[in-house]
Design a protein around this ligand. Structure first.
Ligand SMILES: *Cc1c(COP(=O)(O)O)cnc(C)c1O
Length: 412
């Protein structure tokens, strides 16, 4: 069942979105310099061909199983369920994947496309470093040159991931411009791509950017939701009542939700980063004060001021610290199909510790945002109901930062 999921991921085309221009309603599209138009068009065509090619799909499925470790478990969180005293809580264990997060699903899919296009060099950008590590891993595996751009501030917050990338042979370049986080790293990656487009494939790390990336990245992560559905049906004989996932660019969430969009009884909730609170510059919750605009190739909800200047963002988790959200999320929010909430740094720090003690699992700070909201909801739900959380990654990368924050607190 779950074993065939990777195949279904790319062949089953139940939805017509995005349209040919990459639009999800008024969101998405292609907003890049002329020099990249050809590369995006080529990528779209190669992907279209690959998704229908049994050989490509077979290879993808094999690497997802043997290299990444799919299928991941759907795990009943017994003590968390007991603690909340409401809904039965399940965790989709993407944290168990090789390199520590869902990111590897997409990295494998795209590196196979890079090979198919005959590119010998791969570039990527990374916030928390998880996408950089996943990209470094697949490039090592397939013998491709790899360069990862990372904001200098993020490099400091995620020093362990920088070292992991370098150990796997990737070049990790710190970006000193602007706020020195993900947005600036993406700018540098796009600049590199414009210059080296013939030899280089850009492995974008979330359901963001210009078409075909939001669609392609979503497709590579649909396996998360497909497995979840099959596993829960086998275990409980029914669909969940509610599903919760954290939303940075939106890739783990859309992959988790996508195959449930038609199941109207299932409530879908994305959780953004509320940072220090919903004040300008203190958070990254795009649906709390964000507006329609274009950023880095894509029309979507963006945190910007009245002049269209991108606002500063903040989150305790580097992986959610970005001013724009994936266009497909904006579309389904308008239609009321996906709801959004946010979690603040302080709650995240508390739940990180609580969850670790209850379940014996260190969650990524990103994933902890989903846990914060899910715990609130589970308490309000009945014991007949089922809540599934996508545990997008593990917290090993975050322990040094958490330790620092806790030390700071106890010295207050
Ligand atoms: C990168 C990352 C995220 C955020 O990215 P999405 O594209 O929104 O999924 C969430 N969780 C983990 C563990 C990550 O590494």
């Amino acid at each position: 069942m779950a074993d065939t999921a990777a195949l279904e991921t790319l062949t089953q085309d139940r939805f017509s979105l995005p349209d040919e221009g990459g639009h999800f309603g008024r969101y998405g599209g292609v907003f890049v310099p002329e020099t990249l138009m050809t590369a995006l068009k080529e990528l779209g065509e190669v992907y279209e061909e690959a998704r229908q090619d049994e050989a490509y799909l077979g290879e993808l499925k094999g690497h997802l199983k043997e290299f990444a470790g799919r299928p991941t478990e759907l795990y009943f969180a017994e003590r968390l369920t007991e603690y909340c005293g409401g809904a039965r809580i399940y965790l989709k264990r993407e944290d168990l994947l090789h390199t520590g997060a869902h990111k590897i699903n997409n990295a494998i899919g795209q590196v196979l496309l890079a090979k198919r296009m005959g590119k010998e060099r791969v570039i990527a950008e990374t916030g928390a470093g998880q996408h950089g590590v996943a990209t470094a891993a697949v490039c090592a595996k397939f013998g491709l040159k790899c360069r990862v751009y990372m904001g200098a501030v993020d490099m400091e917050r995620q020093a362990l991931n920088v070292f992991r990338m370098r150990l796997m042979g990737a070049e990790c370049i710190g970006v000193e411009a602007g706020q020195k986080t993900l947005k600036e790293a993406i700018n540098e990656a796009m600049r590199d791509w414009v210059t080296n487009v013939r030899s280089t494939h850009y492995i974008l790390g979330s359901a963001l950017g210009s078409h075909p990336y939001p669609m392609m990245v979503r497709d590579f992560h649909r396996v998360i939701g497909q497995e979840t559905k099959a596993q829960l049906l086998e275990r409980e004989g029914r669909l969940p009542d509610e599903m919760v996932a954290c939303v940075g660019g939106g890739s783990n969430a859309i992959g988790f939700f996508f195959d449930f969009l038609d199941d109207e009884s299932v409530r879908l909730v994305g959780v953004e980063a509320g940072g220090r609170g919903i004040k300008r510059g203190d958070h990254a919750a795009r649906f709390e004060g964000g507006k329609l605009g274009v950023l880095q190739g894509c029309k979507t909800y963006i945190l910007q001021d009245t002049d269209g200047q991108i606002e500063l963002t903040h989150s305790v988790s580097a992986g959610l610290d970005y001013a724009a959200i994936g266009p497909e999320h904006a579309y389904y929010r308008d239609r009321g199909r996906i709801e959004f909430a946010y979690a603040q740094d302080e709650e995240v720090m508390e739940v990180f510790q609580l969850f670790s003690r209850l379940e014996g699992i260190l969650p990524a700070l990103e994933s902890t945002h989903a846990l914060v909201h899910a715990i609130k909801r589970a308490k309000e739900m009945s014991s007949n109901e089922i809540l599934v959380i996508n545990l997008s990654g593990r917290g090993d990368k975050d322990v040094a930062q958490v330790q620092q924050l806790l030390d700071l607190e106890s010295s207050k």
